[in-house]
Design a binder for this molecule. Structure first.
Ligand SMILES: *[C@@H]1O[C@H](CO)[C@@H](O)[C@H](O)[C@H]1NC(C)=O
Ligand SMILES: *[C@@H]1O[C@H](CO)[C@@H](O)[C@H](O)[C@H]1NC(C)=O
Length: 348
């Protein structure tokens, strides 16, 4: 379970003022997988504000994250991006820089590469760790919505197929170290978007795409459900009293996507074929290293509380630095200490 609070070392706790400490205590209950889903709206809002998904409640010793012997991404990894729909150049810059920052160890701390350090703790059966090297690969535009403005989970694979088999500049086929990121613009609906998911990852079927390629889809929620998928830069109407935070790169939809992209890339690295690192008995609905920490961005995080974040001079909120930009990215499960960790933890 994601006890952000357990990670507070006593000397740090002593430095915190009383009100912060009380806030942390209030939110100290396990609250994994939290996003303000409309469907999870309970009979009363206090429930919504303070409790997370009940699914994984309990102490960290009950998280049965296990290695199921499948491969993980130990080789240098290249992320190929498929821009589906209408993307503006500044939006692409933000997303490209986030991917490029994963291995940028020169970025000031707390950094995106510091965040990736938790992912690198995972190994395969030979003891090889997840790669340190994640680079930006090729890109392809699908400007004219080749498969329409409403996609299903399966038609996502047909979009991928079109991209790797295009007659001009196809995306390279790179089953060893390639990850494929399909990003849909704000006017595209994808099955289960907003109601159940903000993004997902899987691997392609040879019968559709011709190859087994690990891929993820993440949607820009700016028009459809920013209060859910771009939270906390937008808040849902049904939670009274919550104010949105100012996003670090001036684009609520895209700044909200960054954390979802981080979530999916971390899970692709540790569970690319859905037979490596996950908790739960059911490979159909695996609970993976980022699922366990969704909604937790800093020490004390849980429920609708993000945890301790950083405030920029411009009033923007973030928790890590990239090469030049700042980002807000959720933490991931650390299998060495058995709680969620991130580069901006107060006890580091
Ligand atoms: C709110 O939800 C909690 C937890 O489910 C419950 O114990 C409490 O009675 C509810 N309060 C009201 C006013 O319904
Ligand atoms: C590799 O994984 C092991 C086991 O989790 C960990 O102790 C070690 O620090 C990791 N190495 C790197 C470079 O992250």
């Amino acid at each position: 379970m994601a006890h952000g609070c357990d990670s507070l070392a006593p000397p740090v706790a002593a430095l915190l003022n009383v009100s912060i400490f009380i806030t942390i205590l209030l939110f100290a209950q396990p609250a994994n997988g939290w996003r303000p889903w409309a469907k999870s709206l309970p009979g009363n809002t206090s429930n919504l504000l303070f409790a997370g998904s009940k699914k994984y409640e309990g102490s960290s010793s009950f998280v049965d994250l296990k290695y199921h012997m499948g491969p993980v991404l130990t080789a240098d990894t290249t992320v190929h991006i498929l821009w589906y729909g209408n993307w503006r150049v500044p939006q692409k810059h933000i997303i490209r820089e986030f991917i490029a920052s994963i291995s940028a160890e020169s970025a000031p701390s707390p950094s995106v590469s510091g965040w990736w350090r938790t992912v690198r703790l995972y190994t395969d059966q030979t003891g090889a760790n997840i790669t340190r090297t994640v680079r930006l690969g090729s890109e392809k535009n699908d400007r004219f919505y080749s498969h329409g403005k409403s996609l299903t989970r399966l038609s996502i694979q047909s979009v991928l197929k079109s991209a790797v088999s295009a007659t001009t500049k196809p995306l390279p086929i790179n089953p060893q170290g390639g990850l494929y990121l399909l990003l849909t613009s704000e006017d595209v609906y994808v099955q289960d978007f907003c109601g159940q998911v903000c993004g997902f990852h899987y691997f392609s079927f040879p019968s559709i795409v011709g190859y087994t390629l690990p891929y993820a889809w993440v949607g820009n929620s700016a028009k459809l459900c920013p209060g859910t998928c771009a939270y906390p830069f937008a808040v849902p109407d049904y939670i009274p009293g919550l104010k949105p935070l100012k996003s670090p790169n001036g684009d609520v939809g895209v700044d909200g996507m960054i954390s979802v992209i981080g979530h999916e890339v971390a899970e692709l690295a540790t569970n690319p074929l859905v037979n490596a690192w996950y908790a739960g008995q059911d490979p159909i609905a695996p609970v993976e290293i980022a699922d366990l920490c969704e909604g937790i961005y800093g020490t004390g995080g849980g429920g609708s509380y993000t945890g301790q974040l950083l405030d920029g001079h411009d009033g923007a909120t973030y928790n890590m630095n990239g090469i030049r930009r700042r980002f807000l990215v959720q933490w991931v499960w650390n299998n060495v200490v058995n709680y969620c960790t991130g580069p901006n933890a107060l006890d580091q």
